[in-house]
Design a protein around this ligand. Structure first.
Ligand code: C5P
Length: 244
């Protein structure tokens, strides 16, 4: 999929008939992997909403904006020059003409993203861009507030969680496997700090939607989580045709 993320018209509205599955949860819960696998199975598009906040944080740093300057960040969010391009099945993220796919994945950019994400007007400015991903035949959206704010009419809402220790260990292993040095205690402290900021902010805090299915992946592998999500998806009448 290639989505041009230029801001849409002010009267842009989402095509409500296109089915959406939301997968929310804290960092490291595996929601990104699950979102991609579910989308692949159903032939749906994917929205990695965290990437938008990461792109904005990186742009803010490059332009020298303070991460709590809501006025400047609101304008930047509304005019953010980003593209999500398909690179052999992997999303390639372009910021102001430059490939930043790997750069936005650092812990530093993640922490900065969580700071800009706490600003209400920034979230509002990114709303239409997220709605623009709702395209036929369907969408799997992952983030923190997909089911509670952005796609409240989603036909299936999943909240995927895991203990902070389990998430830190997964991240530690990922970094080690890639040949990076890593410190488990620092990763755990970062995860706890980000969880706290994400769940205690005033707007769109990290919490399950009242109609979400909560899955704890602490003791479950990816395949077991995927099977559980697909089993729930199969029960939804609007999704049955995609399993044929
Ligand atoms: O999911 P990811 O770790 O890439 O997200 C980076 C940060 O962006 C999160 O820590 C969170 O603060 C913010 N975010 C958000 N709402 C979303 C997705 C991400 O506030 N829907």
């Amino acid at each position: 999929m290639s989505a041009d993320l230029e801001p849409k018209q002010a009267n842009y509205s989402q095509p409500m008939t296109v089915p959406v599955i939301t997968i929310d949860g804290p960092s490291g819960s595996g929601k990104g992997t699950i979102a991609h696998r579910v989308a692949l199975k159903l032939g749906f598009h994917v929205l990695d909403s965290g990437a938008l906040y990461r792109l904005l944080a990186l742009a803010a740093q490059r332009h020298g904006f303070s991460l709590d300057n809501e006025d400047a960040l609101e304008v930047l969010a509304a005019h953010l020059d980003v593209q999500f391009q398909d690179n052999h099945g992997e999303a390639m993220l372009i910021l102001e003409g430059q490939d930043v796919t790997h750069e936005i994945r650092t812990e530093e950019v993640g922490a900065a993203a969580s700071k800009v994400a706490a600003l209400p007007r920034v979230r509002e400015a990114l709303l239409q861009r997220q709605h623009a991903f709702r395209e036929s035949p369907g969408l799997v959206a992952d983030g923190r507030d997909m089911g509670t704010v952005v796609f409240t009419d989603a036909c299936l809402k999943v909240f995927l969680t895991a203990s902070a220790e389990a998430r830190a260990e997964r991240r530690y292993k990922q970094l080690k496997d890639k040949g990076f040095s890593a410190d488990l205690e620092i990763i755990l402290a970062d995860i706890r700090a980000r969880d706290l900021r994400d769940s205690q902010r005033a707007v769109a805090p990290l919490k399950p939607a009242t109609d979400a299915i909560v899955l704890d992946s602490t003791a479950l592998g990816i395949e077991a989580v995927l099977a559980a999500v697909l089993q729930e998806a199969k029960k939804q009448s609007s999704l049955q045709q995609f399993f044929a």
